[in-house]
Write a new protein. Sequence first.
Length: 660
Amino acid sequence: MLVLGLLWVATTLAQSRLDSVQHVKEVVVLGRLMHQEVLPAQHLKGEELSRLSTHSVADALRYFSGLQLKDYGGVGGIKTVDIRSMGSHHLGIYYDGIELGNAQNGIIDLGQYSLDNIEEVTLYNGQKSSIFQTASDFGHAGSVYLHTHAPHFAPKEHARGKVSVQYASSDWLRLSGLWEQRLSEHISSSFSSSIQAASGKYKFRYRRIFPDGTTAYDTTAIRQNGDIQSARAEWNLYGNTTATGRWDGKAYFYASDRGIPGAIVNNVWHRGERQKDLNTFIQGRWQKNLGNRFSTRAMAKYAYYRTHYANHDVTQLPVDNCYEQQEAYFSTSNVYELLRHWSASISYDLRWNKLNADTYRFAFPTRWSNLVALASALELPRVQLQGSVLLSAIRDKTHNNSHATRQHRFTPAFFANIYPLPTHEFSLHAFVKQSFRMPTFNDLYYTDMGNADLLPERATQVDAGVKWEHLWTDRWQWHAEWAADIYYNTIHDKIIAYPKGQQFRWTMLNLGRVHIKGADVEGKVGCQPTKETTVNLQLQYTFQLARDVTDSRTPYYNCQIPYIPRHSGSATVAITCRQWSMNYSFIYTGERYNGQENIIYNHMEPWYTSDLSLQYSFKGLNAGWTTTLEVNNLFNQDYDVILNYPMPKRNYALKVTVEL
């Protein structure tokens, strides 16, 4: 078993921040097996999410250090996220424990996932360092976990509901609802749905400054073709069969029809691109403890995604194509306690992906992925060690077997956490991990562009950090925590698009090599001056030096890679007093470059935004009412996250929520 290496598992000491009597929600304890997490994670949950100016998962992730959000503008604009400069493809997104997939292009549009029924958003660097998890959890350079709110009822309570209405700038109207029902003593359900519509129009400033300081152009215009209409529905079922078992299931539906705003170039203000999305999936989980030493878990999922893309721009060749994805997934995870402080696990995942399209000469690819993970954890009073190795065996084939490929990779990981002090207030942690990402179907098989001989991108991560937290039980009930990490990442065989020499003809090649040095710092301070008043401050800072070291003969050798700022950070202040709460958030992104060469022509100025929200809660008409007023981009900043995709200026939102 020691061939696996020892994996590092750490448990955070839980402490009550109040000395008064508190009501604790029901907790289901499933055994005493060692499958705690080793490394500290970043969390946003509960009231923190509701107070921030967040409407989708993408908005929430802006407040995590080490992540860069790529926002293509407006309500309906695509929103993706990059972890520690390694790219969106190296980040796994998990919805209630099961990964969200997109074999076509490997990118999850986080703007499609609402926070209406999300209880917690968690970011793990390296991986979720627990040995009791799916094999795919061991395979990413980082992971984001979305946890749905599970119903909790009082002894004689059987149902609970919530309705929200929101109106905002860009003619944005959104209606959402949540209904939770107790079906029996051991089974409950929740149904969440929402519809939204927006014109997507907003004013923006369009200007460009030449390297010599003169103005190329400077005008104000209105963003066009950013409209969206969407509907979402989600049904969850939860069950506790015995004191040592539980299960849950989910059915998800999302449909949208939106315009694609496109880049503002050459005085073109309106685009003819539109996209319709239909995303559906069903999934389920089951977990059982067999005795005091063995736990098992099984998961399954089927997903169907349909994308209809059309471009009716008269200046370009017309395009009207449909893409259909199917995914089937099964996973089993098992953990056994070998000795009192030593556990081992084995996990297996099987995933099947298929892509169909109505384009000319399409390859109709199919992918079978088999993943096996072996892991072991040792937990001593002040030291937790964890080690794992993941075998990934992936096979692709097309409809005529003209591009059949096979890939096999072993990727190990090692984690450690040490508590030098007996109070466990201070900890030292570190990890070393290898991972890889398969080329997407578009990389391999896109007509006149794909390259079926591409190799997977390989990533190596080295991380070391510290964490400290303390509680002062004086009259103000102070609580503070601080964490810092330094890391070094390398990416080999990075996949890039390379021109063939003919206009509009590109191909995909393994040419890239990137070295990344960085640091993440996070601090939190909270206090309770009175029983009805709380104050919380959170600060985050990220430094990243991500250099392209592919070829020393190129002019961009050793340059910072595009759109990665060296300095970025955020700050939030939340004050709650009785029925009122106020939240201020500040997000900063430093200077960066929009091209491979770090020259003045490609330079982009830093940008920042300030968001302010005011919330008031009260009870009336046998219901709980909450009204929220938001002012986003408070100081009317002009900025682009992506060049020529201008973001909204100052905008407003009003939300009313009724809890029954």
